[in-house]
Design a protein around this ligand. Structure first.
Ligand SMILES: N[C@@H](CCC(=O)N[C@@H](CS)C(=O)NCC(=O)O)C(=O)O
Length: 215
């Protein structure tokens, strides 16, 4: 199976995670961010992730891919209960997280931005959506303080480094991509349980944290 992704994309991280958590081999292909033709030819729109199955059929939508892979190969692993407090936390943080992450993604050495036109495409599209990157970057101290406060609340919800609710569930598929995204922000102070969780989940899912390229 082939999975078409952008490295920065949290939805693509969801799809990547299920392969890692189940130890299922797959080929990952990173699309250039300004390549509209490839995804449109596969699923009729410019969007990632896309799963190309061995029979050539293409499947969009991260959670459809997650459920397909979890249920079609070996025993399902996402068998734990969800906790509505995790979804609430993610909703609260999503109010400002993109302002911290997207301007940093735009400067990072991701494969989807390896040509100047691909990087320019992303910058233009995302600045139109979220406003001036320069202004958001200037606001970093305020945004980071808010994030660190929210991470303290998350710490109280984490039950195990191996799974946020104690047993792997779709909450892990939703939570880890946000934590992975925020690892591109330099010098965030992670409470102990959150830090252990993001590191363990990175290891088990095979999706790297971005600490090494944090800005
Ligand atoms: N509902 C979709 C959303 C996927 C999505 O929004 N992907 C973004 C990247 S994070 C995308 O491809 N946007 C189009 C673009 O970047 O031009 C899913 O869960 O897979």
């Amino acid at each position: 199976m082939k999975l078409y992704v952008y490295d920065h994309c949290p939805y693509c991280v969801k799809a990547r995670m299920i392969f890692g958590l189940k130890n299922i081999p797959f080929e990952m292909i990173t699309l250039l961010n300004d390549d509209e033709e490839t995804p449109i030819s596969m699923i009729g729109q410019k969007m990632a992730p896309i799963l190309e199955k061995d029979n050539g059929n293409c499947m969009p939508e991260s959670m459809d891919i997650v459920h397909y892979v979890d249920e079609s190969f070996d025993k399902p692993v996402l068998t734990g209960k969800t906790n509505p407090a995790i979804a609430d936390w993610l909703r609260d943080v999503s109010a400002y997280l993109n302002q911290l992450l997207i301007p940093r993604y735009a400067k990072a050495e991701f494969a989807e931005f390896c040509t100047p036109s691909a990087r320019a495409y992303f910058t233009k599209k995302k600045e139109a959506a979220i406003g001036s990157f320069a202004q958001h970057l200037e606001n970093t101290p305020v945004l980071k303080a808010r994030l660190e406060e929210d991470l303290q609340r998350l710490d109280a919800l984490i039950q195990s480094p191996e799974a946020c609710n104690g047993e792997l569930s779709v909450d892990d598929i939703h939570l880890f991509p946000s934590l992975r995204g925020m690892s591109i922000v330099k010098d965030v102070r992670y409470p102990a349980k959150v830090d252990a969780y993001r590191k363990a989940m990175s290891k088990h899912s095979g999706v790297n944290l971005l600490d090494a390229i944090a800005q």
